[in-house]
Design a protein around this ligand. Structure first.
Ligand SMILES: [Zn+2]
Length: 121
């Protein structure tokens, strides 16, 4: 599975390689279309929570923004909480992006996502 082409989490094209899976299920991808990124499982669950709440109608908008973020920066570490990344040995040229950074660009606030759930006590 590692090294094979697979569909990119960000853009969906089959031009992405899963380079490695670090401990704690952090995945490292290189995509010919968007760039290079790491993905924490917590970031993926925020995406799922968002889609569960706002539905498929917002999916395209959300992934466009995520794709634009990777393309703009080329090297991105999608982190659950930038104060507590799961890995501290990520190369310096990667920028950390939280789900909130993406989400707020779409005009939502974090409270929209967390209200009515078990987050944030
Ligand atoms: Zn891609």
């Amino acid at each position: 599975m590692f090294g094979d082409f697979m569909s990119c989490y960000v853009c969906g094209l089959d031009k992405s390689r899963l380079v490695e899976e670090l401990p704690l299920l952090v995945r490292h991808y290189v995509c010919e279309n968007c760039g290079e990124y790491y993905l924490e499982p917590g970031f993926r669950s925020y995406v799922e929570t968002f889609l569960g709440r706002y539905g498929e109608g917002e999916k395209e908008k959300l992934f466009k923004e995520i794709e634009a973020t990777v393309k703009r920066n080329k090297k991105v570490y999608f982190v659950t909480d930038f104060r507590h990344p799961l890995h501290n040995d990520i190369p310096d040229d990667f920028i950390f992006v939280e789900f909130d950074d993406i989400f707020s660009k779409l005009g939502y606030t974090f409270d929209d996502l967390s209200s009515g759930s078990d987050y944030g006590s």
